[in-house]
Design a protein around this ligand. Structure first.
Ligand code: AGP
Length: 606
Protein backbone atom coordinates (compact mmCIF):
# COMPACT_ATOMS: atom_id res chain seq x y z
CA UNK A 1 0.00 0.00 0.00
CA UNK A 2 1.21 3.52 -0.67
CA UNK A 3 3.30 5.37 1.90
CA UNK A 4 4.09 9.05 2.42
CA UNK A 5 6.94 10.78 4.18
CA UNK A 6 7.80 14.48 4.33
CA UNK A 7 10.52 16.62 5.92
CA UNK A 8 11.14 20.32 6.50
CA UNK A 9 14.06 21.49 8.63
CA UNK A 10 17.73 22.42 8.50
CA UNK A 11 19.14 19.04 7.49
CA UNK A 12 19.40 17.66 3.99
CA UNK A 13 16.02 16.13 3.22
CA UNK A 14 16.92 13.36 0.70
CA UNK A 15 18.45 10.90 3.14
CA UNK A 16 15.72 11.52 5.73
CA UNK A 17 13.06 10.87 3.11
CA UNK A 18 14.86 7.76 1.89
CA UNK A 19 15.15 6.46 5.45
CA UNK A 20 11.42 7.10 5.99
CA UNK A 21 10.53 5.29 2.77
CA UNK A 22 12.56 2.28 3.88
CA UNK A 23 10.51 2.14 7.09
CA UNK A 24 7.38 2.07 4.93
CA UNK A 25 8.55 -0.78 2.71
CA UNK A 26 6.61 -3.29 4.80
CA UNK A 27 3.36 -1.77 3.52
CA UNK A 28 4.07 -3.27 0.11
CA UNK A 29 4.84 -1.09 -2.91
CA UNK A 30 6.03 -1.16 -6.50
CA UNK A 31 7.82 2.16 -6.97
CA UNK A 32 9.30 4.99 -4.96
CA UNK A 33 10.25 8.62 -5.37
CA UNK A 34 11.15 11.89 -3.71
CA UNK A 35 11.09 15.57 -4.57
CA UNK A 36 13.08 18.29 -2.82
CA UNK A 37 13.14 22.05 -3.15
CA UNK A 38 16.62 23.28 -3.95
CA UNK A 39 17.18 27.00 -4.57
CA UNK A 40 13.53 27.47 -5.56
CA UNK A 41 13.67 24.57 -8.00
CA UNK A 42 12.03 21.19 -7.59
CA UNK A 43 14.37 18.22 -7.88
CA UNK A 44 12.47 15.03 -8.66
CA UNK A 45 13.81 11.48 -8.62
CA UNK A 46 11.48 8.50 -8.90
CA UNK A 47 11.67 4.97 -10.19
CA UNK A 48 9.72 1.78 -10.52
CA UNK A 49 10.98 -0.93 -8.18
CA UNK A 50 12.41 -1.07 -4.71
CA UNK A 51 13.81 1.77 -2.62
CA UNK A 52 17.31 0.42 -3.38
CA UNK A 53 16.86 1.51 -6.99
CA UNK A 54 15.80 4.96 -5.84
CA UNK A 55 18.83 5.10 -3.56
CA UNK A 56 21.25 4.36 -6.41
CA UNK A 57 19.63 7.16 -8.43
CA UNK A 58 20.01 9.53 -5.45
CA UNK A 59 23.68 8.65 -5.14
CA UNK A 60 24.21 9.44 -8.81
CA UNK A 61 22.14 12.61 -9.02
CA UNK A 62 22.78 13.91 -5.50
CA UNK A 63 19.66 16.04 -5.01
CA UNK A 64 19.82 18.75 -2.34
CA UNK A 65 17.29 20.65 -0.29
CA UNK A 66 16.01 20.90 3.27
CA UNK A 67 12.35 20.49 2.29
CA UNK A 68 10.91 17.48 0.52
CA UNK A 69 8.25 14.82 0.22
CA UNK A 70 8.55 11.15 -0.69
CA UNK A 71 6.30 8.27 -1.61
CA UNK A 72 6.12 4.52 -2.08
CA UNK A 73 3.41 3.55 -4.56
CA UNK A 74 1.24 0.44 -4.76
CA UNK A 75 -0.45 0.56 -8.14
CA UNK A 76 -4.18 1.19 -8.36
CA UNK A 77 -4.68 3.44 -11.40
CA UNK A 78 -2.06 2.54 -13.97
CA UNK A 79 0.63 -0.11 -13.91
CA UNK A 80 3.81 0.13 -11.86
CA UNK A 81 6.16 2.36 -13.89
CA UNK A 82 8.51 5.34 -13.56
CA UNK A 83 5.82 7.66 -15.01
CA UNK A 84 3.09 6.47 -12.66
CA UNK A 85 5.24 6.68 -9.54
CA UNK A 86 4.93 9.68 -7.25
CA UNK A 87 5.69 12.54 -6.74
CA UNK A 88 3.85 14.06 -9.70
CA UNK A 89 4.80 17.48 -11.05
CA UNK A 90 2.81 20.32 -12.58
CA UNK A 91 3.56 21.03 -16.25
CA UNK A 92 5.85 23.94 -15.33
CA UNK A 93 7.63 21.75 -12.71
CA UNK A 94 6.79 24.25 -9.96
CA UNK A 95 4.39 22.14 -7.86
CA UNK A 96 4.75 18.53 -6.67
CA UNK A 97 2.30 16.18 -5.02
CA UNK A 98 2.26 12.76 -3.35
CA UNK A 99 -1.01 11.00 -2.60
CA UNK A 100 -2.37 7.86 -0.94
CA UNK A 101 -5.93 6.76 -1.68
CA UNK A 102 -8.20 6.95 -4.69
CA UNK A 103 -9.70 10.01 -6.37
CA UNK A 104 -13.06 8.73 -7.59
CA UNK A 105 -13.93 11.73 -9.80
CA UNK A 106 -10.51 12.00 -11.42
CA UNK A 107 -11.78 11.19 -14.92
CA UNK A 108 -14.12 14.22 -14.93
CA UNK A 109 -11.40 16.48 -13.60
CA UNK A 110 -8.89 15.10 -16.07
CA UNK A 111 -11.21 15.82 -19.02
CA UNK A 112 -11.66 19.38 -17.78
CA UNK A 113 -7.92 19.89 -17.38
CA UNK A 114 -7.02 18.32 -20.71
CA UNK A 115 -9.55 20.63 -22.41
CA UNK A 116 -7.78 23.53 -20.75
CA UNK A 117 -4.45 22.41 -22.16
CA UNK A 118 -2.86 20.57 -19.21
CA UNK A 119 -0.65 17.72 -20.30
CA UNK A 120 -0.76 14.43 -18.40
CA UNK A 121 2.30 12.19 -18.15
CA UNK A 122 0.86 9.33 -16.09
CA UNK A 123 -2.21 7.11 -15.91
CA UNK A 124 -2.74 7.91 -12.26
CA UNK A 125 -5.71 9.53 -10.56
CA UNK A 126 -3.19 11.51 -8.49
CA UNK A 127 -1.91 13.63 -11.35
CA UNK A 128 -5.15 15.65 -11.47
CA UNK A 129 -4.33 16.98 -7.99
CA UNK A 130 -1.10 18.65 -9.01
CA UNK A 131 -2.62 20.22 -12.14
CA UNK A 132 -5.60 21.48 -10.16
CA UNK A 133 -3.28 23.17 -7.65
CA UNK A 134 -1.44 24.81 -10.53
CA UNK A 135 -4.73 25.89 -12.11
CA UNK A 136 -5.88 27.58 -8.89
CA UNK A 137 -2.46 29.00 -8.03
CA UNK A 138 -2.99 32.70 -8.17
CA UNK A 139 -0.19 33.82 -5.90
CA UNK A 140 -1.40 31.81 -2.90
CA UNK A 141 -0.36 28.16 -2.55
CA UNK A 142 -2.54 27.54 0.50
CA UNK A 143 -5.72 28.78 -1.19
CA UNK A 144 -4.98 26.81 -4.34
CA UNK A 145 -4.39 23.66 -2.29
CA UNK A 146 -7.65 24.10 -0.37
CA UNK A 147 -9.65 24.75 -3.53
CA UNK A 148 -8.13 21.59 -5.02
CA UNK A 149 -8.96 19.41 -2.03
CA UNK A 150 -12.57 20.67 -2.15
CA UNK A 151 -12.85 19.27 -5.68
CA UNK A 152 -11.75 15.75 -4.73
CA UNK A 153 -14.15 12.87 -4.14
CA UNK A 154 -12.76 9.66 -2.70
CA UNK A 155 -9.99 9.03 -0.23
CA UNK A 156 -6.76 10.87 0.14
CA UNK A 157 -3.75 11.64 2.22
CA UNK A 158 -2.09 14.28 0.10
CA UNK A 159 1.05 16.39 0.54
CA UNK A 160 2.23 19.17 -1.75
CA UNK A 161 5.20 21.50 -2.12
CA UNK A 162 5.61 24.52 -4.41
CA UNK A 163 8.76 26.23 -5.64
CA UNK A 164 7.07 29.61 -5.20
CA UNK A 165 6.67 29.04 -1.44
CA UNK A 166 9.68 26.89 -0.64
CA UNK A 167 9.39 26.98 3.15
CA UNK A 168 6.23 24.99 3.64
CA UNK A 169 4.59 21.65 3.04
CA UNK A 170 0.80 21.45 2.78
CA UNK A 171 -1.17 18.33 3.51
CA UNK A 172 -4.73 17.13 3.95
CA UNK A 173 -6.51 13.88 4.63
CA UNK A 174 -9.78 12.07 4.11
CA UNK A 175 -10.13 8.34 4.81
CA UNK A 176 -6.38 7.76 4.57
CA UNK A 177 -4.04 8.17 7.53
CA UNK A 178 -1.57 11.03 7.95
CA UNK A 179 0.48 12.10 10.97
CA UNK A 180 2.60 15.19 11.51
CA UNK A 181 5.76 14.55 13.54
CA UNK A 182 7.02 17.43 15.65
CA UNK A 183 10.72 18.18 16.04
CA UNK A 184 12.79 21.14 17.12
CA UNK A 185 13.39 23.43 14.15
CA UNK A 186 12.16 20.61 11.94
CA UNK A 187 8.88 18.81 11.31
CA UNK A 188 7.86 15.60 9.58
CA UNK A 189 4.89 14.05 7.83
CA UNK A 190 4.11 10.39 7.39
CA UNK A 191 1.29 8.09 6.50
CA UNK A 192 2.61 5.67 9.13
CA UNK A 193 4.39 6.34 12.40
CA UNK A 194 7.43 4.02 11.85
CA UNK A 195 8.59 6.33 9.02
CA UNK A 196 9.39 9.14 11.45
CA UNK A 197 9.80 7.33 14.76
CA UNK A 198 13.56 7.57 14.56
CA UNK A 199 13.31 11.36 14.60
CA UNK A 200 10.42 12.15 16.92
CA UNK A 201 7.89 10.55 19.23
CA UNK A 202 5.57 13.55 19.34
CA UNK A 203 2.92 13.91 16.73
CA UNK A 204 -0.47 15.18 15.68
CA UNK A 205 -2.79 12.65 14.10
CA UNK A 206 -4.77 14.43 11.40
CA UNK A 207 -8.50 13.77 11.24
CA UNK A 208 -10.66 13.54 8.13
CA UNK A 209 -11.23 16.97 6.61
CA UNK A 210 -8.19 18.51 8.33
CA UNK A 211 -5.52 20.41 6.51
CA UNK A 212 -2.03 21.30 7.82
CA UNK A 213 0.54 23.94 6.93
CA UNK A 214 3.93 22.70 8.00
CA UNK A 215 6.93 24.97 8.27
CA UNK A 216 10.24 24.46 10.09
CA UNK A 217 9.08 25.98 13.35
CA UNK A 218 5.34 25.64 13.23
CA UNK A 219 2.49 23.32 12.39
CA UNK A 220 -0.88 24.96 11.80
CA UNK A 221 -3.89 22.68 11.49
CA UNK A 222 -7.21 23.92 10.10
CA UNK A 223 -10.57 22.41 9.25
CA UNK A 224 -11.90 22.47 5.71
CA UNK A 225 -13.46 25.87 6.33
CA UNK A 226 -10.13 27.32 7.36
CA UNK A 227 -10.85 27.49 11.12
CA UNK A 228 -7.83 26.86 13.34
CA UNK A 229 -7.85 23.57 15.23
CA UNK A 230 -6.18 23.02 18.57
CA UNK A 231 -4.58 19.58 18.12
CA UNK A 232 -3.81 17.26 21.01
CA UNK A 233 -0.19 16.16 21.12
CA UNK A 234 0.15 12.36 21.01
CA UNK A 235 3.22 10.65 22.37
CA UNK A 236 4.18 7.48 20.57
CA UNK A 237 5.35 4.85 23.02
CA UNK A 238 6.79 2.45 20.41
CA UNK A 239 10.56 2.69 20.12
CA UNK A 240 12.20 2.31 16.76
CA UNK A 241 13.81 -0.94 17.96
CA UNK A 242 10.30 -2.44 18.16
CA UNK A 243 9.89 -1.77 14.48
CA UNK A 244 13.13 -3.48 13.52
CA UNK A 245 13.74 -7.19 12.97
CA UNK A 246 15.54 -7.67 16.27
CA UNK A 247 18.00 -10.25 15.05
CA UNK A 248 15.54 -12.53 13.22
CA UNK A 249 15.90 -13.24 9.54
CA UNK A 250 12.42 -11.93 8.82
CA UNK A 251 9.87 -9.75 10.56
CA UNK A 252 7.43 -12.64 10.31
CA UNK A 253 9.67 -14.97 12.34
CA UNK A 254 10.29 -12.23 14.88
CA UNK A 255 6.58 -11.60 15.19
CA UNK A 256 5.76 -15.32 15.57
CA UNK A 257 8.34 -15.58 18.34
CA UNK A 258 7.07 -12.47 20.08
CA UNK A 259 3.72 -14.11 20.72
CA UNK A 260 4.27 -15.35 24.30
CA UNK A 261 5.28 -11.84 25.43
CA UNK A 262 2.63 -10.12 23.37
CA UNK A 263 -0.08 -12.39 24.83
CA UNK A 264 0.84 -11.10 28.29
CA UNK A 265 0.26 -7.55 27.08
CA UNK A 266 -3.15 -8.45 25.69
CA UNK A 267 -4.15 -10.10 28.97
CA UNK A 268 -2.61 -7.46 31.25
CA UNK A 269 -5.09 -5.58 33.41
CA UNK A 270 -7.99 -7.52 31.97
CA UNK A 271 -7.48 -11.04 33.30
CA UNK A 272 -8.32 -11.13 37.01
CA UNK A 273 -8.08 -13.94 39.56
CA UNK A 274 -11.28 -15.69 38.50
CA UNK A 275 -12.87 -13.32 36.04
CA UNK A 276 -12.25 -10.74 33.30
CA UNK A 277 -12.47 -6.98 33.65
CA UNK A 278 -13.02 -5.16 30.38
CA UNK A 279 -14.68 -2.13 31.97
CA UNK A 280 -12.06 0.00 30.13
CA UNK A 281 -14.52 -0.19 27.21
CA UNK A 282 -17.06 1.86 29.18
CA UNK A 283 -20.02 0.06 27.61
CA UNK A 284 -23.12 0.60 29.76
CA UNK A 285 -24.14 -2.75 31.31
CA UNK A 286 -27.77 -2.25 30.24
CA UNK A 287 -26.57 -2.04 26.63
CA UNK A 288 -24.64 -5.30 26.92
CA UNK A 289 -27.74 -6.95 28.36
CA UNK A 290 -29.88 -5.61 25.51
CA UNK A 291 -27.86 -7.06 22.62
CA UNK A 292 -29.91 -9.63 20.73
CA UNK A 293 -27.39 -10.39 18.02
CA UNK A 294 -23.74 -9.88 17.15
CA UNK A 295 -22.18 -9.36 13.75
CA UNK A 296 -18.44 -9.79 13.32
CA UNK A 297 -17.11 -8.12 10.19
CA UNK A 298 -13.53 -8.16 8.88
CA UNK A 299 -11.21 -9.13 6.02
CA UNK A 300 -8.57 -11.83 5.55
CA UNK A 301 -6.92 -13.05 8.71
CA UNK A 302 -9.10 -10.77 10.82
CA UNK A 303 -12.14 -12.49 9.25
CA UNK A 304 -10.71 -15.83 10.32
CA UNK A 305 -10.41 -14.45 13.84
CA UNK A 306 -14.09 -13.56 13.46
CA UNK A 307 -14.95 -17.17 12.60
CA UNK A 308 -13.44 -18.30 15.88
CA UNK A 309 -15.23 -15.41 17.61
CA UNK A 310 -18.60 -16.64 16.32
CA UNK A 311 -18.29 -19.94 18.18
CA UNK A 312 -16.91 -18.29 21.29
CA UNK A 313 -19.52 -15.52 21.56
CA UNK A 314 -22.41 -17.85 20.75
CA UNK A 315 -21.29 -20.37 23.35
CA UNK A 316 -20.77 -17.84 26.09
CA UNK A 317 -23.48 -15.26 25.38
CA UNK A 318 -26.20 -17.55 23.99
CA UNK A 319 -27.15 -15.11 21.25
CA UNK A 320 -26.76 -15.59 17.48
CA UNK A 321 -23.55 -14.38 15.92
CA UNK A 322 -23.04 -13.82 12.20
CA UNK A 323 -19.62 -13.41 10.62
CA UNK A 324 -19.17 -11.53 7.39
CA UNK A 325 -16.39 -10.62 5.02
CA UNK A 326 -16.46 -6.81 5.05
CA UNK A 327 -16.50 -6.44 1.26
CA UNK A 328 -19.66 -8.61 1.18
CA UNK A 329 -21.35 -7.12 4.22
CA UNK A 330 -21.17 -3.55 2.99
CA UNK A 331 -23.16 -4.30 -0.16
CA UNK A 332 -25.71 -6.87 0.98
CA UNK A 333 -28.00 -4.77 3.22
CA UNK A 334 -27.40 -6.84 6.35
CA UNK A 335 -30.11 -6.75 9.02
CA UNK A 336 -28.58 -4.58 11.69
CA UNK A 337 -30.37 -2.44 14.26
CA UNK A 338 -29.90 -0.84 17.65
CA UNK A 339 -30.05 -4.19 19.43
CA UNK A 340 -27.17 -5.53 17.36
CA UNK A 341 -23.55 -5.21 18.36
CA UNK A 342 -21.25 -5.03 15.35
CA UNK A 343 -17.67 -6.04 16.05
CA UNK A 344 -15.19 -4.94 13.40
CA UNK A 345 -11.80 -6.64 13.54
CA UNK A 346 -8.76 -5.05 11.91
CA UNK A 347 -5.08 -5.11 12.74
CA UNK A 348 -4.30 -1.91 10.85
CA UNK A 349 -7.56 -0.16 11.64
CA UNK A 350 -7.42 1.25 8.11
CA UNK A 351 -8.85 -1.53 5.91
CA UNK A 352 -11.21 0.24 3.51
CA UNK A 353 -13.94 -2.41 3.39
CA UNK A 354 -13.97 -2.87 7.15
CA UNK A 355 -14.17 0.88 7.64
CA UNK A 356 -17.11 1.05 5.21
CA UNK A 357 -18.84 -1.79 7.09
CA UNK A 358 -18.34 0.13 10.33
CA UNK A 359 -19.94 3.24 8.84
CA UNK A 360 -22.86 1.24 7.42
CA UNK A 361 -23.49 -0.33 10.83
CA UNK A 362 -23.46 2.98 12.66
CA UNK A 363 -25.90 4.46 10.18
CA UNK A 364 -28.15 1.47 10.70
CA UNK A 365 -28.25 2.30 14.41
CA UNK A 366 -25.92 -0.38 15.77
CA UNK A 367 -23.12 0.27 18.20
CA UNK A 368 -19.71 -0.69 16.84
CA UNK A 369 -16.93 -2.25 18.86
CA UNK A 370 -13.53 -2.33 17.16
CA UNK A 371 -10.90 -4.96 17.86
CA UNK A 372 -7.76 -3.37 16.50
CA UNK A 373 -4.04 -2.88 16.98
CA UNK A 374 -3.46 0.68 15.91
CA UNK A 375 -4.23 3.53 18.24
CA UNK A 376 -5.50 6.54 16.37
CA UNK A 377 -6.42 4.48 13.29
CA UNK A 378 -9.59 5.39 11.39
CA UNK A 379 -11.45 2.34 12.68
CA UNK A 380 -10.40 3.03 16.27
CA UNK A 381 -11.51 6.64 16.01
CA UNK A 382 -14.85 6.01 14.38
CA UNK A 383 -16.00 3.08 16.51
CA UNK A 384 -18.13 3.54 19.62
CA UNK A 385 -15.85 1.29 21.65
CA UNK A 386 -12.32 0.01 21.06
CA UNK A 387 -10.66 -3.13 22.42
CA UNK A 388 -6.98 -2.91 21.55
CA UNK A 389 -5.15 -6.17 20.94
CA UNK A 390 -1.80 -4.64 22.01
CA UNK A 391 0.21 -6.73 19.56
CA UNK A 392 2.76 -3.95 18.90
CA UNK A 393 3.75 -3.04 15.35
CA UNK A 394 3.22 -5.90 12.92
CA UNK A 395 5.47 -5.34 9.96
CA UNK A 396 5.30 -8.60 8.03
CA UNK A 397 2.47 -8.57 5.51
CA UNK A 398 1.40 -11.99 6.78
CA UNK A 399 -0.44 -11.43 10.01
CA UNK A 400 0.60 -13.67 12.91
CA UNK A 401 0.69 -12.10 16.37
CA UNK A 402 -2.20 -9.81 15.44
CA UNK A 403 -4.34 -12.86 14.63
CA UNK A 404 -3.63 -14.66 17.89
CA UNK A 405 -4.11 -11.52 19.98
CA UNK A 406 -7.39 -10.84 18.16
CA UNK A 407 -8.47 -14.29 19.37
CA UNK A 408 -7.36 -13.62 22.94
CA UNK A 409 -9.21 -10.30 22.90
CA UNK A 410 -12.35 -12.08 21.71
CA UNK A 411 -12.11 -14.59 24.56
CA UNK A 412 -11.66 -11.77 27.08
CA UNK A 413 -14.61 -9.86 25.65
CA UNK A 414 -16.84 -12.93 25.55
CA UNK A 415 -16.07 -13.82 29.16
CA UNK A 416 -16.60 -10.22 30.30
CA UNK A 417 -19.91 -9.88 28.43
CA UNK A 418 -21.06 -13.29 29.69
CA UNK A 419 -20.37 -12.17 33.25
CA UNK A 420 -22.41 -9.00 32.72
CA UNK A 421 -25.23 -10.83 30.96
CA UNK A 422 -25.18 -13.67 33.48
CA UNK A 423 -25.16 -16.27 30.73
CA UNK A 424 -22.39 -18.46 32.17
CA UNK A 425 -21.87 -20.02 35.56
CA UNK A 426 -18.76 -19.17 37.55
CA UNK A 427 -17.55 -22.77 37.32
CA UNK A 428 -17.79 -22.60 33.52
CA UNK A 429 -15.88 -19.34 33.33
CA UNK A 430 -13.07 -20.24 35.72
CA UNK A 431 -11.37 -22.92 33.53
CA UNK A 432 -11.35 -20.46 30.63
CA UNK A 433 -9.75 -17.78 32.81
CA UNK A 434 -7.12 -20.29 33.93
CA UNK A 435 -6.65 -21.45 30.33
CA UNK A 436 -6.00 -17.88 29.22
CA UNK A 437 -3.52 -17.41 32.07
CA UNK A 438 -1.53 -20.38 30.74
CA UNK A 439 -1.63 -19.26 27.13
CA UNK A 440 1.79 -17.48 27.12
CA UNK A 441 3.51 -20.58 28.56
CA UNK A 442 1.71 -22.84 26.10
CA UNK A 443 2.92 -20.64 23.26
CA UNK A 444 6.53 -21.00 24.45
CA UNK A 445 6.14 -24.76 24.40
CA UNK A 446 4.90 -25.00 20.79
CA UNK A 447 7.55 -22.57 19.59
CA UNK A 448 10.21 -25.01 20.82
CA UNK A 449 9.06 -27.88 18.57
CA UNK A 450 11.72 -28.64 15.94
CA UNK A 451 9.48 -30.51 13.51
CA UNK A 452 8.16 -27.56 11.48
CA UNK A 453 11.24 -27.24 9.30
CA UNK A 454 11.09 -30.90 8.33
CA UNK A 455 7.43 -30.63 7.34
CA UNK A 456 8.27 -27.52 5.31
CA UNK A 457 11.01 -29.40 3.45
CA UNK A 458 8.30 -31.79 2.15
CA UNK A 459 5.72 -29.09 1.47
CA UNK A 460 8.08 -26.92 -0.55
CA UNK A 461 7.92 -29.38 -3.45
CA UNK A 462 4.13 -29.53 -3.47
CA UNK A 463 1.76 -27.58 -5.68
CA UNK A 464 -1.26 -28.27 -3.44
CA UNK A 465 -2.00 -29.15 0.15
CA UNK A 466 -5.16 -29.79 2.17
CA UNK A 467 -5.93 -28.75 5.71
CA UNK A 468 -8.84 -30.40 7.51
CA UNK A 469 -10.71 -29.73 10.71
CA UNK A 470 -14.13 -29.52 12.27
CA UNK A 471 -15.63 -26.66 14.26
CA UNK A 472 -12.97 -24.39 15.71
CA UNK A 473 -10.32 -26.57 14.06
CA UNK A 474 -11.81 -25.73 10.67
CA UNK A 475 -11.60 -22.01 11.43
CA UNK A 476 -7.96 -22.56 12.44
CA UNK A 477 -7.35 -24.49 9.21
CA UNK A 478 -8.68 -21.59 7.12
CA UNK A 479 -6.14 -19.27 8.68
CA UNK A 480 -3.41 -21.92 8.31
CA UNK A 481 -3.90 -22.22 4.55
CA UNK A 482 -4.06 -18.45 4.08
CA UNK A 483 -0.62 -18.23 5.71
CA UNK A 484 0.78 -20.99 3.52
CA UNK A 485 -0.67 -19.56 0.30
CA UNK A 486 0.25 -15.93 0.82
CA UNK A 487 3.92 -16.41 1.63
CA UNK A 488 4.98 -19.74 0.07
CA UNK A 489 2.64 -19.64 -2.95
CA UNK A 490 1.76 -23.31 -2.38
CA UNK A 491 -1.91 -23.65 -3.21
CA UNK A 492 -3.86 -25.03 -0.27
CA UNK A 493 -7.50 -25.67 0.65
CA UNK A 494 -8.99 -25.75 4.12
CA UNK A 495 -11.93 -28.07 4.35
CA UNK A 496 -14.55 -28.80 6.97
CA UNK A 497 -13.48 -32.43 7.35
CA UNK A 498 -17.01 -33.80 6.97
CA UNK A 499 -17.50 -31.92 3.72
CA UNK A 500 -14.54 -33.50 1.96
CA UNK A 501 -16.38 -36.50 0.61
CA UNK A 502 -18.93 -34.21 -1.06
CA UNK A 503 -16.51 -33.45 -3.87
CA UNK A 504 -12.99 -32.53 -2.90
CA UNK A 505 -11.97 -36.06 -1.94
CA UNK A 506 -11.53 -36.53 -5.69
CA UNK A 507 -8.38 -34.40 -5.45
CA UNK A 508 -6.72 -36.55 -2.81
CA UNK A 509 -4.22 -38.88 -4.42
CA UNK A 510 -1.12 -40.77 -3.44
CA UNK A 511 1.26 -38.51 -1.46
CA UNK A 512 -1.12 -35.52 -1.18
CA UNK A 513 -0.19 -33.65 2.00
CA UNK A 514 -3.08 -33.38 4.42
CA UNK A 515 -2.63 -31.43 7.65
CA UNK A 516 -5.46 -32.17 10.04
CA UNK A 517 -6.25 -30.18 13.12
CA UNK A 518 -7.84 -32.41 15.71
CA UNK A 519 -8.14 -30.62 19.04
CA UNK A 520 -11.91 -30.67 19.67
CA UNK A 521 -12.65 -33.70 21.83
CA UNK A 522 -16.37 -33.90 21.12
CA UNK A 523 -15.78 -34.34 17.38
CA UNK A 524 -12.35 -35.95 17.36
CA UNK A 525 -13.69 -39.40 16.35
CA UNK A 526 -15.50 -37.87 13.39
CA UNK A 527 -12.38 -36.00 12.29
CA UNK A 528 -10.29 -39.16 12.55
CA UNK A 529 -12.77 -41.04 10.32
CA UNK A 530 -12.20 -38.36 7.70
CA UNK A 531 -8.47 -38.79 8.17
CA UNK A 532 -8.92 -42.50 7.41
CA UNK A 533 -10.72 -41.58 4.20
CA UNK A 534 -7.76 -39.57 2.95
CA UNK A 535 -5.25 -42.13 4.19
CA UNK A 536 -7.08 -44.79 2.19
CA UNK A 537 -6.29 -42.70 -0.91
CA UNK A 538 -2.60 -42.63 -0.04
CA UNK A 539 -2.41 -39.14 1.51
CA UNK A 540 0.46 -38.17 3.81
CA UNK A 541 -1.18 -37.09 7.03
CA UNK A 542 0.11 -34.76 9.72
CA UNK A 543 -2.13 -34.18 12.74
CA UNK A 544 -2.09 -31.34 15.24
CA UNK A 545 -3.56 -32.63 18.49
CA UNK A 546 -3.72 -31.90 22.20
CA UNK A 547 -1.04 -33.49 24.35
CA UNK A 548 -3.21 -36.23 25.83
CA UNK A 549 -4.47 -37.53 22.48
CA UNK A 550 -2.97 -40.96 21.86
CA UNK A 551 -5.42 -41.95 19.13
CA UNK A 552 -4.18 -39.41 16.57
CA UNK A 553 -0.80 -41.22 16.53
CA UNK A 554 -2.41 -44.25 14.92
CA UNK A 555 -3.50 -42.31 11.88
CA UNK A 556 -0.71 -39.87 11.14
CA UNK A 557 2.86 -39.94 9.88
CA UNK A 558 3.60 -37.10 12.27
CA UNK A 559 1.67 -35.66 15.21
CA UNK A 560 2.40 -32.12 16.38
CA UNK A 561 1.31 -31.90 19.98
CA UNK A 562 0.08 -28.74 21.63
CA UNK A 563 -0.31 -28.56 25.42
CA UNK A 564 -3.62 -29.59 26.93
CA UNK A 565 -6.05 -26.76 27.39
CA UNK A 566 -9.79 -26.02 27.20
CA UNK A 567 -10.94 -26.94 23.67
CA UNK A 568 -12.41 -23.49 23.17
CA UNK A 569 -8.95 -21.88 23.44
CA UNK A 570 -6.95 -24.15 21.13
CA UNK A 571 -7.10 -21.91 18.00
CA UNK A 572 -4.63 -19.49 19.61
CA UNK A 573 -2.04 -22.22 20.03
CA UNK A 574 -2.71 -24.30 16.88
CA UNK A 575 -2.09 -21.10 14.91
CA UNK A 576 1.59 -21.16 15.88
CA UNK A 577 2.60 -24.50 14.23
CA UNK A 578 0.62 -23.45 11.15
CA UNK A 579 2.41 -20.10 11.01
CA UNK A 580 5.80 -21.79 11.34
CA UNK A 581 5.04 -24.45 8.72
CA UNK A 582 4.07 -21.66 6.31
CA UNK A 583 7.11 -19.62 7.27
CA UNK A 584 9.67 -22.40 6.81
CA UNK A 585 8.04 -23.52 3.55
CA UNK A 586 8.40 -19.99 2.21
CA UNK A 587 12.03 -19.82 3.38
CA UNK A 588 12.74 -23.21 1.78
CA UNK A 589 11.24 -21.94 -1.47
CA UNK A 590 13.15 -18.67 -1.25
CA UNK A 591 10.11 -16.39 -1.57
CA UNK A 592 9.96 -12.86 -0.21
CA UNK A 593 8.53 -13.77 3.19
CA UNK A 594 7.79 -10.33 4.60
CA UNK A 595 6.55 -8.78 1.38
CA UNK A 596 4.83 -11.45 -0.68
CA UNK A 597 4.14 -10.68 -4.31
CA UNK A 598 0.98 -8.70 -5.15
CA UNK A 599 0.10 -8.12 -1.48
CA UNK A 600 0.09 -5.11 0.80
CA UNK A 601 0.05 -4.87 4.58
CA UNK A 602 -2.71 -2.37 4.84
CA UNK A 603 -5.46 -2.44 2.22
CA UNK A 604 -6.78 1.10 2.33
CA UNK A 605 -8.55 0.92 -1.03
CA UNK A 606 -11.60 -1.12 -1.92
C1 AGP B 1 -3.14 -11.81 6.30
O1 AGP B 1 -1.91 -12.31 6.60
C2 AGP B 1 -3.19 -10.55 5.54
N1 AGP B 1 -2.24 -9.62 5.90
C3 AGP B 1 -4.60 -9.98 5.33
O2 AGP B 1 -5.49 -11.02 5.09
C4 AGP B 1 -5.14 -9.06 6.45
O3 AGP B 1 -5.48 -9.81 7.57
C5 AGP B 1 -6.36 -8.31 5.89
O4 AGP B 1 -5.95 -7.52 4.81
C6 AGP B 1 -7.04 -7.45 6.93
O5 AGP B 1 -6.19 -6.49 7.45
P1 AGP B 1 -6.52 -5.71 8.77
O6 AGP B 1 -6.53 -6.69 9.90
O7 AGP B 1 -5.44 -4.69 8.90
O8 AGP B 1 -7.88 -5.10 8.59
Amino acid sequence: MCGIVGYIGEKQAPHILLDGLRKLEYRGYDSAGIVTINENRLQLIKAEGKVDILESRLLKENPRGTVGIGHTRWATHGKPSDENSHPHLSNDCKVAVVHNGIIENYMDIKEELVAEGYKFYSETDTEVIVHLIKKYMDGNFEEAFLKTVERLNGSYAVCAVAAAEPDKILCARKDSPLVVGLGSGENFIASDIPAILRYTKNCYILEDGEFAVITRDKVVVKDSKGNLIEKKLQEITWNSEAAEKGGYEHFMLKEINEQPEVFKNTLRGRLKEKSVDFSELKIPEEDIKAWKKIFIVACGTAYHAGLVGKTVFEKLLKIPVEVDIASEYRYRDPLVDKNTLVIVVSQSGETADTLAALRYSKEAGAKVLAITNVVGSSIARESDYVAYIWAGPEISVASTKAYTTMLITEYLLAIYFAEVKGTMKEEEIYPLVEGLRNIPTNAVQVLENQMYKRIAEDLKNETDAFYLGRGLDWAAALEGVLKLKEISYVHAEAYAAGELKHGTLALITEDTHVITINTQKNISDKTLSNVQEVKARGAKVIIIAQGNDETSKKYAEKVLYIPEMPDLLTPVITAIPLQLIAYYTAVAKGTNVDQPRNLAKSVTVE
